[in-house]
Design a binder for this molecule. Sequence first.
Ligand code: SAH
Ligand code: SF4
Length: 360
Amino acid sequence: MASLYDLSLPELEAHVAGLGQPKYRARQVWEWAYRPLAASYDDMTNVPAALRAALADALPFPRTDVVREIASDDGQTRKRLLRLADGRLIETVLMLYDPRSDSRGRATVCVSSQAGCAMGCSFCATGQGGFERNLTAGEIVAQVIGFAREQRDAGGQRITNVVFMGMGEPLANLPAVWRAIETLTSAAGFGLGARHITISTVGLIPGIRKLAEEPLQVGLAVSLHAPGDALRRSMIATAHRYPLADIVEACRAYIEKTGRRVTFEYCLIERVNDAPEQARALAELLRGLLCHVNLIPVNPTRDDRIRRPRRDRTLAFQRELAARGVPCTVRVEKGTEIAAACGQLRADAPIEVVDAAPVQ
Ligand code: SAH
Ligand code: SF4
């Protein structure tokens, strides 16, 4: 059954019209849902009780029960395990940034787009668990609204950014992801800026091409992880579908069309893809592109053969890129100790406390 969060405003208007009510009632409901973040139709006091009851029957609020929530020691990162209506478990992470830092008080929700993932990245805890199903738009929206409500109740920073870097491959579920983005950016509702949303993809070219055509411009991050196809295919089971040269070409077209910089994510794994000559090959691959490389020292998963490089090696890799004019940062770790960092979002994984030195 569809939930309230699954519908667009025009669809809600059509539904309300079907119930013999004027269109403006739909807008009232929409505003209640996404501005004061009503948690139930009961809160919508200026909407007639009969309409509220009919909507509660046909379009309930989505069920995303918080099974548990854990916070990092500094309280700045919070991971939630959510149970969906059919019992599937997904994870969502809230990352708060100190107002005094470069990120100026951002509050970012990292959402899941699928339960599990079919792309098969060997170093990713979600990938190791396989694919379960696509999330609906409502289930994606609910992850953001849940944290937004909690922040509001606690008098905290409102949500400023959303990144599709949780469980799943967003471009393999683009219709629902796009619908969720349209809801979250609706000026009549939640009002998030499209530029404050980033989709991270393992490199599904048809999806990248679609994003380039969209008037609503969200940020694009592409996970590369290797400078050559052979190595990349050994790390990502489905990488044979799209060769690196074609991915880079699609990104070039995206940049030309949108004028926007693309972020390339590169997960650094000891003795796999962290050698200086690999950095040089990566710089060559990306030559002339308006881009930024985000180096992510790999986070531990159950596979203990996958290790994080030593810090000096990470910095040497970064230096090679920088020396060739490729802007590049090492991702600041948030949430590693609560297994909430990239690639650790697997519902049934035990929540381990790992001793990982943060990379600044
Ligand atoms: N499926 C999309 C988005 C979700 S993964 C994608 O792959 O881009 C988000 C990011 O986390 C990706 O860049 C991914 O490579 C990274 N990631 C996955 N496993 C990781 C791990 N164990 N350590 C660090 N980053 C990881
Ligand atoms: Fe899927 Fe992304 Fe994990 Fe790869 S890194 S398995 S694409 S979630």
